[in-house]
Design a protein around this ligand. Structure first.
Ligand code: NDP
Length: 415
């Protein structure tokens, strides 16, 4: 069962339909059944997979449990929003099915005093101020284990493929990895002065927040966009990139033994950053409701309504993405550096599934993670991040399902 039918979900669903030997039956569910029906109509002529649709509000656990019990899937793939992670996990536990997602839990209302208290304690204890962290979902470890179920967290590209690259590098190339730089480059151009490539609310929150990185056992926090570097990306060229906080840093710091530093960089153009700063300065990125002419509105949700729908960028986006990781460490006593990356072409993705490369690079690994849970190749019981499983079948599937990767020895390093 797939919850959500937005940009990422539609790619994951397309890919499940291409892989109908594993996904013989799928249900697509979101609050707007008509969107799920439209996707079903488009895909059912091209696939052997039987597609069912339903309306569900994933903020409502009871509704979810009822739907899951009526359909009895092997797993639920959550490609709705991070706000729904915990209700969907609760519903999976109650209904006894496995769980997969692509983004860690984030509170929708960051002014909720109950949430704030826990958040502020965590900021002090851990040293980073992002609104999202893994503690909420890792807390389900025993519950999933006791029910003999798997919850696979972060099976998108970053987190997801970048985390699998890390496990693969450790398994095949290093005795110890000391430095990881995750580089996310979107060299695409959609022709609009300003638009986001995935859900604007989630994207803008992430980008306007403080940056942070992991070094020598603790977090170092920076001002938003404080650390800038230039990098010459294979198949894309030279781009400016900025250090951001990103969720896989937290899980890789826990799961890659001996790692000394993990950083995450994302490329942004001048126009994007100028627009974002302006919107932030006038209060349009706020998630706190305001009263406007007798109606309560949330500024960032209003902004979302004005911006181009990320799903509409597909036909007009040209260029390539390059996302990967540079690893530096030790093998047989000698220092070694490798770069593992994938290059994806926006127009080729659009031709194949009708979406741009950002949704494509997330939707494909969401399908692969679900496949490995459903076919039992990844079958540890409890709550796990993708790097905690054998990376080989995932890496093989990336080549097969549209995200081929390259290992480059002695690459240009990031200062
Ligand atoms: P969209 O906004 O395009 O889609 C979100 C979908 O969720 C919509 O179909 C919406 O449908 C559904 N949804 C929202 N609220 C609910 C609800 N209460 N109940 C049921 N369905 C709901 O987002 P994207 O596709 O761009 O992103 C999806 C997820 O992927 C996000 O969590 C995002 O953070 C993550 N992501 C992960 C990346 C990675 O590499 N790991 C990269 C990019 C995104 P409806 O309105 O009909 O309910």
């Amino acid at each position: 069962m797939i919850i959500g039918c937005g940009g990422v979900a539609s790619v994951a669903i397309n890919k499940c339909c291409q892989n109908s030997e594993v996904f013989t039956d799928i249900m697509i569910a979101s609050r707007t059944k008509s969107k799920c029906d439209a996707l079903k109509e488009k895909l059912e002529k091209t696939t052997k997979t039987n597609i069912t649709t339903a309306k569900v509000d994933a903020d409502n656990k009871e509704e979810l449990v009822k739907l899951i019990n009526s359909y009895k899937p092997d797993a639920v793939l959550n490609v709705a929003l991070p706000y729904q992670d915990l209700t969907i996990m609760d519903a999976c536990l109650e209904a006894g099915v496995n769980y997969i997602d692509t983004a860690n839990y984030e509170a929708e209302d960051t002014n909720d005093p109950k949430w704030r208290e826990i958040y502020e304690k965590r900021c002090k204890e851990k040293g980073f101020t992002a609104y999202f962290d893994y503690s909420w979902q890792w807390a389900y470890q025993e519950k999933f284990k006791n029910k003999n179920l798997t919850a696979l967290l972060g099976s998108g590209f970053d987190p997801g493929v970048t985390s699998v690259f890390s496990a693969y590098a450790l398994k095949h190339y290093f005795d110890e990895i000391h430095y990881i730089d995750i580089l996310d480059c979107n060299g695409g151009d959609h022709g609009y002065p300003f638009a986001t490539n995935f859900n604007p609310e989630i994207n803008l929150r992430e980008v306007s927040a403080n940056g942070s990185y992991w070094e020598n056992g603790h977090w170092v926090e920076t001002k938003p966009m404080e650390i800038k570097r230039e990098y010459n990306f294979p198949k894309v060229g030279k781009k400016d990139m900025y250090l951001l906080h990103h969720e896989e840093i937290e899980s890789l710091a826990k799961n890659i033994p001996g790692v000394k530093r993990i950083r995450f960089f994302m490329t942004f153009g001048e126009s994007y950053l100028t627009h974002m700063k302006c919107l932030e300065n006038v209060g349009m990125l706020s998630t706190s409701p305001i009263n406007f002419e007798g109606k309560e509105i949330v500024p960032i949700q209003f902004l979302k309504a004005l911006l181009p729908d990320p799903a509409s960028l597909g036909p007009r986006t040209i260029g390539k993405t390059n996302i990967g990781c540079i690893f530096k460490g030790i093998k047989n006593g000698k220092e070694k550096t490798i770069y593992i990356y994938n290059v994806c072409d926006h127009q080729e993705c659009y031709k194949e599934v009708g979406s741009q490369a950002i949704s494509y690079t997330t939707g494909v690994p969401a399908m692969i993670g679900s496949m490995l849970v459903v076919n039992g190749l990844w079958n540890k019981k409890g709550v796990f991040n993708v790097e905690e499983f054998d990376p080989d079948p995932f890496m093989e599937a990336l080549n097969k399902w549209g995200l081929p990767w390259v290992v480059c020895e002695n690459p240009e390093e990031v200062e």
